[in-house]
Design a protein around this ligand. Sequence first.
Ligand code: SF4
Length: 350
Amino acid sequence: MNKTDIRIFSLPELENIVQAYGEPKFKAKQIYQWIWQKGAMDFDEMTNLSKNLREKLSESYSFNKLEQVHQQKSLDGTIKTGWKLEDDSIIESVLIPVPKDNRFTLCVSSQVGCSLNCAFCATGKLKKVRNLKDYEIFEQFQKVNEQSLENYDHKLTNIVYMGMGEPLLNYNNVLKSIDKITNPNAAGYSMRRITISTAGIVKGINRLADDNIKVNIALSLHAADDEKRNKIMPINETNKLKDVVESLKNLYDKTKVKISYEYIMFKDFNDSLADAEKLYKLTRYFPVKVNIIEYNYVEGVDLKKAADDKVNRFAKYLVDKGVMTTVRRSRGKDIDAACGQLANKVEKNK
Ligand code: SF4
């Protein structure tokens, strides 16, 4: 039987553990820093703990590490890695390097599979198996940070919760992982380096506002009215656009975080000027940037990439109205690592 992973414990819980062994409380902080700041994955690495304490810890606890099961590197430098978890589930993370901008981004998974079933997304075709634990999310960050250093001699600069899963449906673990990434006693990143991407979970967005969490938010919008959005994002049936926008306004009013609308443009579905006008109307409630994203083919999906002239016309409409707009070509297309394409092939073929 697997031993309990030591990483499930908070600092106060670690304090109780060491005190039960008759050790002083401050030893817990040392363990905490070994795990979350120095990335230790073995009690033997914790050299400022006595041998006796290390042995006691390893008798009861372990590190159930992620096991790399595949890795692909794109022609553009993007690296996608598949990880096996302790229960044999498989997840993926992506490293997106942009050396010229000094930008090295991790796209991290927050769930095994996803329950939201967006029409254009490969992950949505896998059934949701479970939420990831905070340390499983954090370990993706640690491992991909190592990849970034090895391949590009640069540590990660940005973390986006945009991999497999809906982060706001795994709120507690996602927030705990963010705490580890930002805590000065752990990885110590600034909240401004972190973006949560959501399909539009009203309760989750309001909770971020109530909890005063100052990470950036990317709304996967993809259609600017309920009728169209219902067709490609079933979550919209219970989380209507008006309510989603209202919750984002509430979040902005309380936290002033950066908000973006992600908009994958599909041929003859959401690429008209009438669509652009509807999208423009959604940009007037708080400062928001629009990212228009090129669609990547996903097996078995009946949506196509919009023509370049339509994309340009759409973007120009928004720019002319004063909306900050970017058009993003996808990264890692040749290795199925682009937005909406994460779905471990092994898992998918089951
Ligand atoms: S786009 Fe995001 S929310 Fe939608 S199915 Fe894919 S992973 Fe889930």
